[in-house]
Design a protein around this ligand. Structure first.
Ligand SMILES: Cc1ncc(COP(=O)(O)O)c(C=O)c1O
Length: 267
């Protein structure tokens, strides 16, 4: 459990199976990611679930765990909703990946699932047919009516991603964007990001003003500069900049310029 979304996932999973929390960062407010060798994995588990980018907490797993090397040859299931298509994925380590389209792929309403062939056909008897990935795969994702417009738009986004140079190019771009923003935060006296540097998200950057009384003035100034939706998630507070694929480096630079300008007005 590395943040809000994996916390929701484990609660949901309890409806269907026995859950063992192999590692949790609840005690540090989800600002770190323990090394996989320290995870208390249970023997005989059916799968291991990791949310590889915690959207709300800004924690990203930069290298997928190698479960086989850890002595647990079980499928790794990843929720990659909020960093899908932002970097290459080491598919040799993944059994199943799922993600909502609404961050990096297209409109809400579409969910992408990538599942290893040998994992199809193990749905619980109570699983509705339309949610059984074998049924879905056997019908080329058209067992029931798919969200056609969302799929069409995602198709355009996939073509755009290819034109950008694919996943390697997106990763390079996203690394540069994130470095620009984290550096501005780390070198300021006013802003702070609490996430450990080795697991900071390149997509979602939560940060706080050391003087929280300035939050409203900061947000009002941001809005005046055309920088919207910077208010942090209500469960965390502070600010959050989501710098998904659609945000160019110029957008991040505009935010960095504003961060510096606002800080100057306070000194
Ligand atoms: C990592 C992650 N998982 C799951 C979800 C839930 O997605 P949806 O609202 O499409 O069910 C979100 C939504 O923001 C998310 O960021």
């Amino acid at each position: 459990v590395s943040g809000s979304w994996s916390q929701k996932s484990q609660l949901e999973a309890r409806k269907y199976c026995t859950v063992n929390i192999a590692a949790s960062t609840e005690c540090d407010g989800h600002t770190s990611l323990p090394e996989p060798v320290t995870w208390r994995l249970s023997h005989g588990a059916s799968y291991v679930h990791v949310c590889t980018n915690e959207t709300i907490n800004g924690v990203e797993c930069h290298e997928l765990p190698d479960l086989k090397a850890l002595g647990h040859d079980v499928p790794l299931v990843i929720d990659f909703s909020s960093h899908v298509a932002s970097r290459p994925v080491d598919w040799s380590r993944v059994g199943l990946a799922f993600g909502g389209a609404q961050k990096n792929l297209g409109p809400a309403g579409l969910t992408l699932v990538v599942v290893r062939d040998d994992l199809l056909g193990h749905a619980l008897p109570a699983c509705p047919s339309a949610f059984d990935y074998k049924t879905v795969a056997d019908h080329q994702s058209m067992y029931n009516t798919p969200p056609t417009y969302a799929i069409y738009v995602a198709g355009l986004v996939f073509q755009w991603l290819k034109r950008q140079g694919g996943m390697a190019a997106m990763e390079a771009r996203n690394k540069a964007k994130a470095a620009l923003l984290y550096d501005a935060i780390d070198t300021s006296q006013l802003y702070v990001n609490k996430v450990a540097p080795n697991c900071r998200s390149r997509m979602n950057v939560p940060f706080f003003l050391r003087d929280e009384n300035l939050n409203d003035a900061f947000l009002a100034g941001a809005r005046a500069h055309g920088l919207l939706q910077l208010k942090g998630h209500k469960s965390v507070g502070g600010m959050r900049a989501s710098i998904y694929n659609a945000i160019p480096i110029e957008g991040v630079q505009a935010l960095v310029d504003y961060l510096r300008e606002f800080e100057k007005t306070q000194s």
